[in-house]
Design a protein around this ligand. Structure first.
Ligand SMILES: Nc1ncnc2c1ncn2[C@@H]1O[C@H](COP(=O)(O)OP(=O)(O)OP(=O)(O)O)[C@@H](O)[C@H]1O
Length: 243
């Protein structure tokens, strides 16, 4: 993905102020930064959930931000997992996945069911296909959300604080699934406070503050030897939060 000079304002507040970033196929980019720095907004721009004011986003040769590009197609190619698990409560885990496959992809009932079951298996939930969201733990629901995005066979997966509403044990279930995706070579952009995941899985860490990239680099360098005082301060603060 290539992100060029993105600008986005909400009213008078400029939330993204000239963000440029390149993410290679198979890379895992972790976005970090203080609350309100624009991480979620940036992520949402990448699959057109939020429209930008100016700049360009490319996925390979396709310009995501071009007016003729269909946002629904982009959202299949660039899947997203949110902090709030937004499953349909009246549908089973399997049906939550087959719905999009039938409606958007026009798959037959049988093919959709097969695909859903195979994605549920991939996230370790083969035995929960008939469960309703209320019968699942937060971590299981989040994994169904991941399976639902994966079922569309995306080229890129976006994760917006996928574990921050979960207690540590359930977070680990979700992180384990994310680690597997990393091992499979999935291209991922992840907003997370889980520095252990960032350290272990990220190819690059981007530190955002006030809607701009302060610095970017491989995790070891950013954690051990940041170039900017602001980055150092941020990592110092989070390590204290987790003491
Ligand atoms: N839909 C919206 N309408 C108006 N303002 C918004 C909207 N979404 C985000 N903002 C504002 O944009 C700024 C950046 O928000 P964003 O959620 O992108 O930051 P963030 O870095 O993800 O923060 P956090 O870590 O707290 O989630 C904030 O000041 C926020 O209030």
């Amino acid at each position: 993905m290539r992100i060029e000079n993105l600008h986005k304002s909400y009213g008078a507040e400029e939330v993204l102020r000239g963000v440029s970033l390149e993410i290679d196929r198979g890379d895992v980019e972790v976005l970090v930064g203080p609350s309100g720095s624009g991480k979620s907004t940036l992520l949402q721009c990448l699959n057109r959930l939020t429209e930008i004011d100016s700049g360009h986003i490319y996925l390979g040769d396709t310009e995501v931000t071009a007016s003729e590009t269909d946002p629904n197609e982009i959202r299949q190619q660039i899947g997203m997992v949110f902090q709030d698990i937004n499953l349909f409560a009246h549908l089973t885990a399997r049906k939550n996945i087959t719905l999009g496959l039938r409606k958007v992809r026009g798959m037959s009932a049988e093919a959709a069911r097969e695909r859903a079951d195979s994605e549920l298996d991939r996230v370790g939930l083969a035995d929960q296909a008939d469960s309703y969201p209320a019968q699942l733990s937060g971590g299981q629901k989040q994994r169904v959300g991941i399976a639902r995005a994966l079922a569309m066979d995306p080229e890129v997966m976006l994760f917006d604080e996928p574990t921050s509403a979960l207690d540590p044990e359930l977070s680990n279930e979700v992180l384990a699934v994310m680690d597997e995706l990393v091992d499979e070579g999935m291209t991922m952009v992840v907003v997370t406070h889980e520095m252990r995941f960032a350290r272990g899985a990220a190819s690059g860490i981007t530190f955002l503050a006030d809607g701009q990239i302060v610095e970017r680099g491989p995790p070891d360098r950013l954690f051990e030897n940041p170039s900017h005082e602001r980055t150092a301060q941020f990592f110092e603060n989070i390590s204290h939060d987790h003491d």
